[in-house]
Ligand binder design. Structure first.
Ligand SMILES: Nc1nc2c(ncn2[C@@H]2O[C@H](COP(=O)(O)OP(=O)(O)OP(=O)(O)O)[C@@H](O)[C@H]2O)c(=O)[nH]1
Ligand SMILES: [Mg+2]
Length: 400
């Protein structure tokens, strides 16, 4: 499953974002280090369900389908707050980043309202420049990676040179626990001009490489949180400065999303994650203060096209990680599995994945005994190297 790590300094709203996206109950508090142990739960990304093309209701197993929209699960991980110099042991240090080993991408939550200092202590709104909170995280994560590459480096590098092992392979091996492969390390190396003899690399070379590896292998989207209490001009300046630096940034209110999802769960409003508006269902059961709060939320949503939480998750999965949704079936005509369930499964794949990748994902046996695939729409035969497209419905044929 795709894994997204929720990171940032303490007290910015990471757990609120996590709770909003997953409806998991977690501790939320206006003080640093509310979260110590990582929380994991399932959130969703949306796609139009192909059952609409089939004209028959689907029977999803591990995903959901609501009114023609497929909700595909992704795992979210909420970790403790990271402070500047965490790698040197400040705050809770950076060892807990090990919880993000398998993360495919990171969502960096920033308190854009400027009401928390570098360590996450509450301060008057606007007194902390949120731009200062952007870069430090890159650095701390790079240190985490550098620490893993750098352990006993000189000795290892000499051995690599003697044995003529490809450097990207050796580094990827060290980082395999971090879900980082040799292609990504190769790409990172190609952006740098490091000494051809790795044994001559200094600490700063390994750090520069780690920055590059982080950028490639753990891409990051910035969620400008607490936008609901931030002046527009202040917010726009932040967004502009992030974009100038090449960051992907989306303004959000995790607090509003959490309020709406809870209200929807309790049946007070009709709201689905990612909607740009909501409908009040039980007006007479809500107090004047609650109705006023909901109107404030609505105003925000009209301005920003929603609360932004779902947009951040989907932007990360679909635009940054370039994932597509593919539906394997056993009957290419009825789009069913062997029990007659319509479109029961859906998998997310990075763009460029093939029919053979799909076969292996469904079952190793299917991959090993792959003969061909069939497109559920055109009924065309597809080879192992057929490049999967978003929304594909595919039958795999394998030797028995
Ligand atoms: N106004 C506003 N407040 C928010 C928003 N999101 C979170 N908060 C508040 O910010 C404070 C911190 O929220 P948490 O979700 O606990 O923050 P965290 O980043 O998980 O904090 P640590 O676990 O301590 O690192 C709480 O008082 C939240 O209610 C938001 O979108 N708007
Ligand atoms: Mg927390």
């Amino acid at each position: 499953m795709v894994e997204l790590g929720i990171v940032g300094k303490p007290n910015v709203g990471k757990s609120t974002f996590f709770a909003a996206a997953t409806l998991q109950t977690v501790e939320i508090g206006n003080y640093p280090f509310t979260t110590i142990e990582a929380n994991r739960a399932i959130g969703y990304v949306r796609k139009p369900c192909p059952h609409l093309d089939l004209g028959k209701q689907c029977n999803p197993k591990k995903s959901l389908c609501i009114e023609g929209t497929r909700y595909i699960p992704v795992e979210l991980i909420d970790v403790a707050g990271l402070v500047p110099e965490a790698h040197a042991g400040r705050g809770l240090g950076n060892k807990f980043l090990d919880d993000l080993r398998h993360a495919d991408a990171l969502i960096h939550i920033i308190d854009v309202s400027g009401s928390t200092d570098a360590e996450g202590n509450p301060v008057p709104k606007g007194s902390r420049d949120p731009c200062k909170d952007v870069d430090f995280l890159d650095k701390e994560i790079a240190y985490w990676i550098a620490d893993i590459i750098g352990r006993g480096w000189t000795r290892i590098a000499r051995r690599l040179e003697a044995e003529k092992v490809k450097i990207e392979v050796a580094i990827a091996e060290r980082l395999s626990g971090l879900n980082i492969n040799d292609k990504q390390v190769h790409a990172a190396l190609s952006h740098l001009n490091l000494d051809e003899k790795p044994s001559r690399w200094k600490e700063e070379d390994i750090l520069a490489l780690s920055f590059e590896i982080r950028r490639i292998a753990k891409p990051m989207v910035i969620a400008a949180n607490k936008a609901d209490i931030t002046d527009e001009e202040y917010l726009n300046k932040f967004l502009q400065r992030c974009r100038e630096k090449g960051y992907d940034v989306i303004p959000i209110s995790a607090d509003y999303e959490l309020a709406l999802r809870r209200a929807a769960k309790a049946g007070f409003v009709d709201y689905k994650p990612g909607d740009e508006d909501f409908k009040i269902l039980k007006e007479d059961e809500l107090s004047a203060a609650q109705l006023k709060a909901l109107e404030k939320i609505r105003e925000f949503m009209h301005k920003f096209g929603g609360t932004g939480v779902q947009r951040v998750i989907e932007h990360t999965v679909f635009n940054v990680l370039q994932m597509i949704a593919v539906y394997p079936v056993e009957d290419e005509h009825k789009w069913t599995d062997k029990d007659g369930n319509v479109l029961p499964d859906v998998y997310l794949f990075p763009l460029g994945s093939t029919a053979l990748d799909l076969a292996y994902k469904v079952h190793t046996d299917l991959g090993e005994n792959f003969i061909r695939a069939v497109d559920g729409r055109s009924k065309k035969i597809l080879g192992h190297d057929y490049e999967l497209k978003d929304g594909d419905v595919i039958k795999i044929i394998a030797r028995r």
